[in-house]
Ligand binder design. Structure first.
Ligand code: 13P
Length: 345
């Protein structure tokens, strides 16, 4: 295992001012996104949409890597260039989602377990040959009375560590994603407790299974109030509670934290990322804190595009603008006033 090479890829993904675009929506998820703009989800439309994002002029200043879905890593752009080459020509590292989604957890039907370990070693070798430099696996934890249960946390953390160890053996940087869901009415304190419990178990399993922390990245949720909570916490509180939770759970040897946006509005996710970075610098936190947003980066360009070729310049301008704001938040330099500056077409 070449730990130095894994560590240098992990560091490149969290270069200051840059983060990751999560464009790895499964077939069902991308269909839902396209339904929201009345666009049919065909192979060509998915290619056109993703190619539009990847070819946005200047966005490589803000994007270090892109997480792809299996379809996209095998796909060519409209002019026949492999999508992977479209990215690597701009020094953007291609990554790949390798989990196979969630199923109800046996014995606890309101909880989920992520599948995809069987045959994973061979799939990882193929993804390396297709040009991937990193991978992603997502575990999901529902928050309700009695959940996440200790069993759900343990089985998902065990699978995350199995996946991470297999990635490093294949030469891929694993992005380890334990997501505490923000759906529901729970408080930020409840989110804090669930996040703390899952991260403690995830890092215990990573240690037990011999994963080299310097050659991986963590993709957690922010510690936030649930989407329907009555009194949603401010960005400053999110910053303070998230950094406090991480100080108690995440070893300093792990180089970078790349947040998911998790269904927050894009402006909310950006303001929270900024507040977390401000707090992290204040306390001298040891990790680089960046982004791996799906909806947080794509909501604006998707809405501007509407599936129409004539909207490509406006959609690319919206994507560039959103990525520049998110990059500013990574550096603790974002303010909500910047939302008003118009996107450059
Ligand atoms: P969101 O930022 O939309 O939560 O997506 C990130 C992701 O990759 C989820 O697995």
């Amino acid at each position: 295992m070449d730990i130095a090479k894994l560590a240098s890829t992990a560091q490149a993904l969290v270069t200051p001012g840059k983060g990751i675009l999560a464009a790895d929506e499964s077939s069902g998820t991308i269909k839902r996104r396209f339904d929201s703009i009345n666009t049919e989800s065909t192979d060509d439309k998915r290619r056109d949409y993703r190619e539009m994002l990847f070819r946005t002029d200047g966005v490589d200043a803000f994007i270090s890597g892109v997480i792809l879905y299996d379809e996209t890593i095998r796909q060519d752009a409209a002019d026949g260039t492999p999508m992977v080459k479209v990215l690597s020509d701009r020094a953007i590292i291609p990554g790949i989602k390798v989990d196979k989604g969630t199923q109800p957890l046996a014995g606890s039907p309101n909880e989920l377990v992520t599948e995809g370990l069987d045959g994973l070693a061979a799939r990882l070798d193929e993804y390396v040959s297709l040009g991937a430099g990193f991978a992603k696996w997502r575990a999901l934890f529902n928050v309700s009375e009695g959940t996440p249960s200790a069993n759900c946390i343990e089985v998902n953390a065990h699978a995350l560590a199995r996946y991470a160890a297999l990635c490093q053996q294949a030469g891929l940087v694993p992005i380890v994603e334990p997501e505490v869901f923000m759906e529901g009415g729970h408080s930020i304190e409840t989110c804090y407790a669930a996040t703390k419990a899952t991260l403690l178990e995830v890092f215990a399993q990573l240690e037990r299974q011999g994963v080299a922390l310097e050659g991986m990245l963590l993709k957690p949720n922010m510690v936030v109030s649930a989407s329907s909570a009555s009194n949603r916490a401010s960005a400053e509180t999110v910053g303070a509670m998230t950094v406090d939770c991480f100080k108690r759970t995440i070893p300093a040897a792990m180089p970078g934290i790349v947040f998911l946006s998790g269904g927050q509005g894009d402006d909310e996710a950006t303001a929270n990322l900024n507040a977390i970075n401000v707090e992290a610098s204040r306390v001298g936190a040891p990790w680089t804190i960046s982004y791996s947003f799906g909806r947080g980066l794509q909501a604006a360009p998707l809405k501007a595009w509407l599936g129409k070729v004539e909207n490509v310049p406006a959609a690319q301008a919206a994507f560039h603008h959103r990525a520049s704001l998110t990059s500013a938040a990574q550096q603790g330099k974002y303010s909500p006033d910047m939302e008003k500056q118009s996107a450059r077409v």
